[in-house]
Design a protein around this ligand. Structure first.
Ligand code: FDA
Length: 450
């Protein structure tokens, strides 16, 4: 893999990279905590722009979530990614970072590293070969930024010492002028997810928006689900919706019937909006008035009701649906009263279920909620009240839809923080006139919070 393809355009890079006085003192300009998608991107950008960076992770294998994503092919972005595809208590927060680092920017990086991709569905881009290529690309970008690695390194505690951050680890303390927290969310603890990022936020007085599993299978009560159990394996595109007002979510996606309930992209998408105790509504006719369609067909068709419906859905599903409505699938619609067809149509358009719960963080792809964005600058990701403390990626209260949006947020927020932190280093180096960062770095005004 080539080492000289920058994550940022050459024009944005410093003319020369000189060892900083902080480096001579064994102090880093920036410590990035968490070597996942956001952390690696941030470290690479900051390093390539002249900052001396250390990237720390408690795991020994890098970026495990990239590796397992997209069925091993990593759905690394979505061509249509924009603020409307993200959930947050503060929906405009993600706008600035997403506008400044777009899917096209990430594709340019992929092209420079000769990583081939394809579009699968609705703008979702996957690697042709393997998610490992994305990890290797980011590793090479970190190499180009001369990033120092500390993997298998658990940070027990973060302290403020003077203007520096002091990270206590079993391998000795790490001192840095700035700290970027990129520890991700709570999903899939068995591959290294922890709540450490939220704890650091709380330690420094930053509020947390309540966290919960998102993009997660919903569970359904066994008895209520029993009539649909024989449908396991069927799938159909549906409209699915839940919630009201600002909390409302609605998608057109594939729904999958399983032995345990409903699943597939439709359920994962809506799970991010679902609140316990509330219903989800499924439209098996994707917006078309099913009752009107049945009544129109009543006089013009010689097909049995089951066969008629099978034009719109798998035959087994059509039969099950007639049965649930108390109608014989072998009857001609012509022989059925309008009232019965209207009732069937309404049920097809508005199938309501109340899930009993979710499968939790063990199965969730992401975590909704996190560090409250009102406490962060949307242009730099820096905490407004704590100079040089940054939060990026999934640990922040920005949650994308299914389909590559979460990685796009990780890249965009990582680039925003990486550039901002390096800009601070450069500003101090210029102010000191000798082209090197000094220990006064943190005493200078950080890039203004916006
Ligand atoms: P990420 O979780 O990637 O990295 C956090 C890092 O911090 C980890 O390396 C972890 O070890 C480290 N860490 C945690 N606690 C620590 C501590 N106390 N000390 C030191 N290090 C610590 N998204 C998408 O857009 N397309 C997709 O195809 C998929 N697919 C997918 C599949 C599955 C199974 C999951 C679970 C998730 C996805 N996602 C996805 C979501 C995507 O993986 C996720 O949103 C990003 O990886 C988030 O990037 P971050 O860098 O913020 O966290």
């Amino acid at each position: 893999m080539p080492q000289s393809h920058p994550a940022v355009p050459p024009s944005a890079r410093p003319l020369s990279r000189q060892p900083s006085s902080s480096s001579r003192a064994g102090r880093y300009d920036v410590a990035v905590l968490g070597a996942g998608a956001a952390g690696m991107m941030c470290a690479a950008v900051a390093g390539q722009q002249g900052a001396r960076v250390v990237l720390i992770d408690h795991a020994t294998r890098l970026a495990e979530k990239i590796r397992i994503s997209g069925g091993g092919r990593c759905n690394f972005t979505n061509l249509h990614a924009g603020p409307a595809n993200y959930l947050s208590d503060n929906p405009h927060f993600c706008r600035s970072a997403l506008a400044r680092y777009t899917p096209q920017d990430f594709l340019a990086l992929m092209r420079r590293h000769q990583v081939d991709w394809h579009e699968k569905h609705r703008g979702q881009l996957f690697c042709n070969d393997s998610a490992e290529q994305v990890i290797e690309m980011l590793r090479a970008e970190c190499g180009a930024g001369q990033v120092h690695w500390r993997t298998g390194c658990t940070v027990a505690e973060v302290r403020r010492e003077g203007d520096d951050f002091l990270l206590l680890t079993p391998h000795g303390p790490v001192r840095a002028g700035a700290l970027v927290v990129a520890t991700g969310g709570l999903s899939i603890p068995k591959i290294g997810a922890t709540d450490f990022g939220y704890r650091i936020a709380r330690q420094f007085g930053l509020p947390i928006v309540e966290t919960r599993p998102a993009l997660v299978p919903l569970t359904f009560d066994g008895a209520a689900w029993q009539p649909f159990a024989p449908l396991a394996g069927l799938s159909k595109e549906v409209d699915i919706a839940t919630g009201k007002g600002k909390e409302a979510g609605a998608f057109r996606e594939d729904l999958l019937w399983t032995h345990r309930g409903l699943s597939g992209p439709a359920v994962l998408q809506i799970s991010s909006y679902w609140r316990p105790g509330t219903p989800i509504t499924i439209d098996l006719f994707e917006g078309e008035d099913a009752a009107a369609w049945l009544l129109e067909a009543k006089n013009g068709t010689r097909k049995h009701l089951g066969n008629l419906l099978a034009a719109r859905m798998p035959a087994r599903l059509a039969d099950a649906w007639c049965q649930a409505a108390g109608l014989d699938a072998a009857r001609l619609p012509h022989d059925l009263p309008d009232k019965a067809l209207r009732k069937l149509g309404e049920a097809l358009n508005r199938w309501q279920l109340v899930p009993s719960g979710t499968e939790g963080y063990r199965k969730a792809e992401v975590t909704r909620g996190g560090v409250d964005t009102r406490a962060l600058s949307s242009s730099t990701m820096m905490a407004r009240s704590v100079p040089n403390l940054y939060f990026i990626g999934e640990v922040v209260d920005v949650t994308g839809w299914l389909g590559g949006y979460n990685f796009q947020w990780a890249w965009a927020s990582g680039v925003a923080a990486g550039k901002a932190v390096a800009e601070n280093v450069r500003a101090v180096a210029q102010a000191s006139g000798d082209g090197v960062a000094s220990s006064t770095y943190l005493r200078t005004r950080p890039a203004a919070a916006k």
